[in-house]
Design a protein around this ligand. Structure first.
Ligand code: GLN
Length: 262
């Protein structure tokens, strides 16, 4: 499984957010503390960030481990943002997709990551894949379970669903088709974060006074304000508010609007 993180808050360098904390995402790539499956997240990584006044994020993705990428270290020293989504990957299956399979996946204003695996892939997902158009299937970002989940989420975003609803429906459908799947999804548009806890760890750190929100697979430091999200929960958050809804209930995923741009 992977580790991922989304941030909304005051301007921060990527290094401050992703490398400097004691248990940073970079460290989690070789020494995660709460990861339930797998050990080392060295099969690629990616960072997406929003520049001031631009709704379409930039991405930097690579096929190797984040700890060995000196270009990332250099960029992270100076790139600043108020909205970031980053992930380190432990590939469920070996494959040739490389960088294309590394989150975040992106389209327009959205960044997406999946921490988990669809059990019995691809057989368990064929019926759901058939709900997508041939064009959507031919445009898959990679030949992985995560890329199909992203296509299912994107389909709903394009139909106008809010971020939470766009995650909740595919999680329920996939869990029904393949019950022992782990489906921790993370999505942002630079204003709002939506995430699911479904089979792996998920935490958030809310600091409304500083207008700062972090949602991550696990805490990156020992701040006492980190809260663990219960399994089978949909989280939606802005810089100042967080809402948790159980996915065990039938109609989770109420609309939740962001409050300001990146
Ligand atoms: N199954 C996804 C992949 O192979 C995610 C992996 C993970 O969470 N470790 O990329």
């Amino acid at each position: 499984m992977c580790r991922h993180l989304a941030y909304l808050g005051p301007t921060v360098t990527l290094g401050r957010l992703l490398s400097e904390p004691e248990h940073s995402l970079v460290r989690q790539s070789w020494e995660p503390r709460h990861q339930r499956h797998g050990t080392i997240n060295s099969d690629g990584f990616g960072v997406g960030w929003y520049a001031q006044g631009d709704p379409v994020p930039a991405r930097y993705r690579r096929t190797g481990p984040i700890w060995g990428d000196r270009s990332f270290t250099d960029l992270a020293r100076v790139v600043r943002s108020r909205a970031v989504l980053a992930a380190v990957r432990d590939a469920t299956r070996a494959g040739a997709d490389g960088e294309a399979a590394a989150a975040p996946f992106a389209e327009g204003p959205w960044l997406f990551s999946h921490n988990g695996a669809v059990r019995d892939w691809p057989d368990a997902a064929t019926a759901l894949a058939a709900t997508l158009s041939p064009r959507e299937l031919l445009s898959l970002a990679a030949s992985t379970d995560s890329a199909l989940i992203w296509a299912l989420v994107l389909h709903r975003l394009r139909e106008g669903h809010d971020l939470g609803a766009a995650l909740a429906a595919p999680v329920r459908e996939l869990a029904e088709a393949s019950p022992s799947s782990s489906l921790n999804l993370l999505l942002t548009d630079g204003r709002t974060i939506a995430a699911t806890a479904w089979g792996d760890s998920l935490w958030y750190l809310a600091d409304p006074e500083a207008r700062r929100m972090v949602v991550a697979s696990e805490p990156y430091d020992n701040d006492q304000r980190w809260c663990e999200v219960p399994d089978r929960t949909l989280l939606t958050a802005t810089r100042t508010r967080v809402v948790l809804v159980s996915l065990r209930e039938k109609h989770a995923g109420a609309p939740h609007q962001g409050d300001e741009g990146p």
